[in-house]
Design a protein around this ligand. Structure first.
Ligand SMILES: Cc1cc2nc3c(=O)[nH]c(=O)nc-3n(C[C@H](O)[C@H](O)[C@H](O)COP(=O)(O)OP(=O)(O)OC[C@H]3O[C@@H](n4cnc5c(N)ncnc54)[C@H](O)[C@@H]3O)c2cc1C
Length: 339
């Protein structure tokens, strides 16, 4: 193993390949991993480089083998009972070993709590850059990763290039389509051990979070914004959501006012959603919001202001007051009124 010295850290030719950090729960691979693999595959083909996955956990061999059906050239497995639950220090030690051993030019990580914690530690350790929550990625002929994300409060889309190696980016779930499973596996598994398994964190108990369908999984969403005048009026939107079998989602001002839980917020600082249908009620359509929902199959917007930017992304628009339109919609859906 070539130890990375200050000199070869700077030498870009020293770094090759694109790696995805596997995001998982106890070995169950989260779909964001397959989304990152699909994007990494596209970049690796463009740059003619290898595609790697780094899988850190306990009893993960069977899950790691699954990844060979997704065109990964090599899966690096760091397996130990001490790695069963995410703890930043031993996970970072494993990833550090991988970077010294493989020297990947690019590392992609999910924007999950664990992914962000791990990626930021590694970026600091290697004194390299890290772009959080990228909404698009590309690679140029020099092998530079073009990391695209909103900046300056969403007023511009910044294209970030990292001068150091590895080039690192985190990406939220649902930003890219997931990789397709092939019929035959290819590539290989390589087992390695982290150098240091010690941690200052002692996990006493792990309990499962109560799982309800979140806004990222829902097929239909009713999203409300500042057009809702009073917290009690949210009931009206909830009634529409119930009639449609939809989940309720919100813009950031509503979570800031404490009217809704942050888990329901759509946008750059919330969740990226791709439902079959989203109905937005009293939402202006600021870029920080639309980035989180503009890939929905159908967007219907209701707004009193015909110039509201939401109408630029909507497939169907209703220029009108939600306090008049929504009760009509509810009655129509329930068959209590005719069109
Ligand atoms: C760094 C940063 C990150 C951000 N991240 C997010 C994010 O993740 N998600 C997010 O949502 N925002 C985010 N924002 C905030 C964002 O810029 C907007 O301020 C926000 O999305 C606006 O929310 P809104 O559409 O509910 O409110 P407004 O912009 O106030 O729009 C309200 C709309 O309701 C319409 N309206 C009013 N009354 C009625 C009525 N009776 N019937 C019909 N229409 C009516 C108005 O015409 C108006 O268009 C972020 C901002 C920054 C700076």
């Amino acid at each position: 193993m070539d130890k990375l010295t200050d000199n070869n850290l700077k030498n870009k030719n020293f770094w090759k390949g694109i790696a995805v950090i596997v995001d998982h729960n106890n070995g169950d691979i989260n779909s964001v991993t397959l989304e990152l693999i699909a994007k990494a595959k596209e970049l690796s083909e463009k740059a003619n480089e290898k595609l790697y996955a780094v899988f850190i956990g306990s009893s993960i061999k069977a899950s790691a083998e699954e990844l060979l059906y997704y065109s990964v050239d090599e899966v690096f497995i760091y397996e130990d009972t001490e790695l069963q639950h995410f703890r930043p220090e031993p996970y970072a030690s494993a990833l550090e070993d991988f970077i010294h051993y493989v020297k990947p030019s690019i590392i992609l990580s999910a924007s999950s709590a664990a992914g962000k914690m791990l990626a930021s530690r590694i970026a600091a350790r290697f004194k390299t850059g890290l772009s959080a929550d990228c909404t698009s990625l590309d690679i140029n002929e020099k092998g530079e990763l073009l990391q695209i994300r909103p900046a300056y409060g969403g007023s511009i889309m910044a294209e970030i290039i990292t001068n150091k190696r590895p080039q690192m980016a985190t990406i939220k779930p649902q930003v890219f389509p997931a990789a397709d499973k092939s019929e035959n596996p290819s590539g290989k598994l390589t087992f390695r051990s982290p150098k240091d398994l010690t941690s200052g964190i002692n996990i006493l108990e792990v309990s499962k979070k109560h799982k309800e369908i979140g806004i990222t999984e829902a097929d239909v969403l009713v999203a409300i914004g500042r057009g809702i005048k009073n917290q009690k009026d949210i009931k009206m939107a909830e009634e529409l959501a119930e009639a449609l079998g939809a989940q309720l989602a919100v813009t950031r001002p509503l979570t800031e006012m404490g009217w809704a839980d942050a888990s329901r917020q759509i946008g750059v600082s919330g969740k990226i959603v791709k439902p079959k249908l989203i109905i937005t009620l009293g939402i202006s359509g600021a870029i920080q919001f639309t980035i989180g929902m503009n890939k929905a199959d159908y967007i219907i917007a209701v707004n009193t202001d015909e110039k509201a930017p939401i109408f630029k992304v909507a497939h169907y628009g209703i220029i009108g007051d939600i306090y008049e339109v929504v009760p009509h919609l509810i009655k129509l859906i329930k068959g209590q009124e005719e069109v």
